[in-house]
Design a protein around this ligand. Structure first.
Ligand code: DX5
Ligand code: ZN
Length: 214
């Protein structure tokens, strides 16, 4: 699966930018609050408008403090997937439960320096596990290959236990890095600059998907 990140799109033309990647599996929307990460993007009103402007399922990546309070409204609004950060809460399973109760899939994200181990025994609480392959906050950064060890561990645990959870990766995914991520066991690839920096964004999505399937 390929999830173009609109962080690299033109924020004054989001409906057209969503249309430019039709055929994508998910549309990845980075919500940043200038506290959890040192950058500010968009919030619930923009996500609500975007939901009315595209048929592509919206994959919300919340890089925010206090997800227990702020995450469920994105699910209520109709996002397909609501992912929050493990580092931002003491009770990730409670946040996931509230997201699911509000009608969305629940995702847990971990930063490059965050260990996976504490979360291995609660994987069934989540529908996606988003492994960050750059420090969250900005698009266009270089892929950190070390995080693929976490992807491999996750893949093994999911396959061994027969869990229904998708492994998603976010940051620095492009034609040079997607194959190693696919080999490690990623199911869903977020790509911002590699898609919206291309002359033909929809073509870039198809090319990445073909490469990941190799
Ligand atoms: C970074 C965001 C990413 C970003 C990825 O904090 O979570 O989704 O858009 O951008 P690229 O693909 O350019 O690394
Ligand atoms: Zn993201």
């Amino acid at each position: 699966m390929i999830a173009p990140s609109i962080l690299s799109a033109d924020f004054a033309n989001l409906a057209a930018e969503a249309d430019a990647v039709r055929g994508s599996d998910w549309l990845h929307v980075d919500v940043m609050d200038a506290h959890f990460v040192p950058n500010l993007t968009l919030g619930l009103p923009v996500v609500q408008s975007l939901l009315g402007a595209t048929d592509i399922p919206i994959d919300c990546h919340l890089m925010i403090e206090d997800p227990a309070r702020w995450a469920p409204p994105y699910a209520e609004a109709g996002a397909h997937n609501v992912t929050f950060h493990a580092e931002a809460t003491d009770d990730p399973t409670a946040v996931a439960r509230d997201i699911r109760a509000a009608g969305a899939k629940a995702g847990l994200s971990i930063k490059p320096g965050t260990a996976l181990d504490p979360y291995l025994d609660i994987l069934s609480s989540f529908d996606t596990l988003l492994v960050m392959s750059v420090e969250p906050g900005f698009g266009g950064q270089s892929f950190i290959p070390d995080v693929l060890d976490k992807v491999r561990t996750l893949r093994r645990r999911i396959d061994t236990d027969g869990l229904r959870i998708l492994v998603e990766i976010d940051g620095g995914i492009n034609a040079d890095t997607i194959e190693q991520a696919a080999e490690a066991g990623v199911d869903c690839f977020v790509a911002g600059s590699a898609v919206y920096g291309a002359d033909d964004p929809a073509g870039a999505v198809s090319a990445l998907r073909a490469q990941a399937a190799r």
